[in-house]
Design a protein around this ligand. Structure first.
Ligand code: AQP
Length: 346
């Protein structure tokens, strides 16, 4: 099926975040902020806390529950309105796991071994000893998206390869069963902060599971912690240049400029126009002030929401029911296409 054939699918956005730790500025700028923009554009939006993905590496059960509630609070505090978007945690809609199994039988093992995230997460370790779930992660991700016939998926740059695989899986399913059933989903990778880098190493992605807390800004960090992390962020001794091209070999400096641009809603070029010739002694306090002004209201609201975990659980439950209502007919049609008998009376 060509992309043009996607015109027969209603525009629908799906995306998710793993509650595998506290959310970071990278998750916010690369994903969450854009999830809110898409919701506010009036497109149908479905957002999922992908707890089944989180357990592909070990998670302490009580921490996972707490992190899932914290992530839900972050979504709402950042501007996701659970009455306009569907917000839920993946494990409450069993169709994700069921469709994933069907797609496991469509996808090829070799496709999984080629995924750079699998290679990164097993680097320096015995890959044979990682969970089977970690290898099959992209197939579950394809199921998350295709279960809703989602046409667009806003993600950070690191998820590009998984999105390409989702397209390959959808195309193979359509081809193998001679149907035009699954859309060929478009990745939406946009803005100045599609890949926010670690504050300690400009060549590494900022990540919630990085052992160094100084490498990232957490959405729960207070103003002092944010300012201190930015002050201590690794940089070089040169002043900021006039053009982006001159930042090519200065990953740490480029990262801070991109973060500033994304927080301010400006192009990185505009940031350089203002700060060219200034050193980090002037740039870092300005960045810290902007980061605190953006994140402090979010962390304040998260704190308020997290004080009522029952209300968060209620919101996720309602979201799961609405998600399930879309997912079940699509799963049922998939099972029918594949040749499963569906004869139970209930
Ligand atoms: N550093 C980042 N810059 C821009 N976008 C990012 N995203 C993650 N890190 C950055 C985007 O956030 C969304 C959710 O990602 P995820 O939590 O499902 O998994 P991840 O990409 O593996 O993120 P982490 O923080 O690195 O998690 P861990 O450490 O648990 O593996 C995605 O859209 C992602 O692109």
């Amino acid at each position: 099926m060509t992309d043009a054939a996607n015109a027969s699918f209603k525009p629908r956005i799906f995306s998710g975040i793993q509650p595998s730790g506290g959310l970071t500025l990278g998750n916010y700028l690369g994903a969450l902020k854009r999830f809110v923009e898409k919701q506010d554009e009036g497109i149908e939006t479905i957002y999922c806390l992908v707890d089944l993905h989180a357990i592909t590496v070990w998670q302490d059960p009580e921490r996972l529950r707490a992190q899932t509630r914290e992530a839900a609070a972050a979504f709402i505090a950042a501007g996701i309105d659970p009455t306009r978007s569907i917000l839920f945690n993946q494990s409450q809609v069993s169709a994700h796991a069921e469709l994933a199994w069907i797609l496991n039988c469509v996808a090829r093992i070799g496709w999984m071994y080629r995924m750079t995230q699998f290679k990164d997460k097993t680097a320096g370790k015995n890959a044979e000893n990682s969970s089977l779930g970690l290898l099959a992660y992209p197939s579950l991700m394809a199921a998350d998206i295709l279960l809703y016939h989602a046409t667009m998926v806003p993600v950070g740059e690191d998820q590009k390869q998984h999105l390409e695989l989702t397209r390959d899986i959808a195309a193979k399913f359509n081809h193998d069963y001679k149907v035009d059933f699954f859309p060929i989903t478009e990745p939406l990778i946009e803005g100045a902060a599609t890949r926010v880098m670690s504050l300690r190493d400009g060549t590494k992605k900022m990540s919630k599971s990085d052992p160094s807390d100084a490498s990232r800004i957490n959405l729960t960090d207070d103003a002092d912690a944010i300012a201190q992390k930015i002050r201590k962020a690794r940089t070089d001794a040169e002043p900021l240049p006039e053009t982006l091209a001159e930042l090519k070999d200065r990953p740490e400096a480029r990262n801070l400029v991109n973060i500033y641009a994304a927080l301010a809603g400006e192009a990185p070029e505009a940031v350089l126009e203002r700060f060219a010739g200034h050193g980090f002694g002037a740039f870092k306090p300005a960045l810290a002030e902007l980061a605190v002004a953006t994140l402090a209201p979010i962390s304040g609201e998260m704190k308020r929401l997290m004080a009522d975990p029952a209300e968060i659980d209620r919101t996720l439950g309602e979201g799961a029911e609405r998600a399930d209502a879309i997912a079940q007919p699509i799963l049922a049609q998939t099972l029918d296409i594949v040749g499963m008998i569906r004869s139970r009376a209930d």
